[in-house]
Design a protein around this ligand. Structure first.
Ligand code: PPS
Length: 295
């Protein structure tokens, strides 16, 4: 019991200047030498940007819209989190090594930290980005319920850390811009959470085209229905309730929390919002990347 507790709520440790969970930093050599395969599909995101949502969509495409087959296992086993290494609990690197191809691989790493075998194997990648205000709010609640994170402090304190990039996986700005730039030279489908909310059918078609998969009209309907927030929220294989309460305590805040765009308006004060907008304008200057803060 003592050992288990000591795993949680520790300070982050920087790897190449990016804050990571202490246990990922300690085992970084394993992550860095991860062996990608040519038919791997990488799902890359900054935390809280729609990773689980796109993972469920892709798994459904791979399984021709068969809901039962997609309920064969929890999402964190169907799409393992590559760099997540927690002693005695999880090792995405070894988990993935044992899986048959074609594999779906989840990562939150910023582009510069991605193991080089993904580039060498020219793997297809899907990146999902979400507006930073909703990410910050979602991340704040996630820190409270998922115990690998350091204590978030108050909302105000957390927002300061988020803006400064002093949170796990580093700066949201560096992350979204880094992957955006990379798509100029590599097959990356770059999607937005807000577009997925606004027009799920259109975004689903982008994904199937990118993956070069034929999906029947019927399967498409099933995928759209099965991956709505309401369906995923009650599905034990996608709502993370199969994890132990020690790792994620849904009574503090559920993993499937609200699933909307614009919840930040219920959390940001006017002063916080003004300050955030000013900083956002400075950090995004010169980028062609645009976000919808509301839809
Ligand atoms: S993680 O822990 O980083 O992998 O989390 P991630 O899956 O990226 O993000 C969790 C947020 O995504 C919301 N979510 C959804 N929104 C809309 N539709 C669907 N189907 C869906 N599935 C998950 C989830 O509720 C978290 O956002 P918040 O704002 O906290 O509700």
């Amino acid at each position: 019991m003592e050992e288990r507790e000591s795993v949680f709520r520790r300070q982050l440790v920087k790897v190449h200047n990016v804050p990571l969970f202490w246990s990922i930093a300690e085992e970084w050599a394993q992550v860095e030498t991860f062996q990608a395969r040519t038919d791997d599909l990488l799902i890359a995101t900054y935390p809280k940007s729609g990773t689980t949502w796109i993972s469920e969509i892709v798994d459904m495409i791979y399984n021709d819209g068969d809901v039962e087959r997609c309920q064969r296992d929890a999402i964190f086993n169907r799409v393992p989190f590559m760099e997540l290494i927690i002693p005695g609990m999880s090792n995405g690197v070894t988990q993935l090594a044992e899986r048959p191809s074609p594999r779906l691989v989840k990562t939150h790493l910023p582009v510069q930290l991605l193991p080089k075998s993904f580039w060498e194997n020219n793997c297809k990648m899907i990146y999902v980005a979400r507006n930073p205000k909703d990410v910050a709010v979602s991340f704040y609640y996630f820190h409270q319920m998922a115990k690998m994170h350091p204590e978030p402090g108050t909302w105000h304190e957390f927002l300061e850390k988020f803006v400064a990039g002093e949170v796990v996986f580093g700066s949201w700005y560096d992350h979204v811009k880094g992957w955006w730039e990379k798509k100029k030279s590599h097959p990356i489908l770059y999607l937005f959470y807000e577009d997925m909310k606004e027009n799920p059918r259109c975004e689903l078609q982008k994904v199937t085209q990118f993956l070069e998969k034929e999906v029947t009209e019927e399967a498409q309907e099933k995928i759209l229905h099965h991956t709505t927030f309401q369906e995923m929220q009650k599905n034990p294989t996608s709502n993370y309730k199969l994890l132990s309460t020690g790792e994620m305590d849904h009574s503090v805040s559920p993993f499937m929390r609200k699933g909307i765009t614009g919840d930040w308006k219920n959390h940001f004060t006017v002063a916080q919002n003004e300050r955030f907008d000013k900083d956002y304008t400075e950090k995004m200057a010169g980028s062609t990347l645009k976000f919808q803060m509301e839809i």
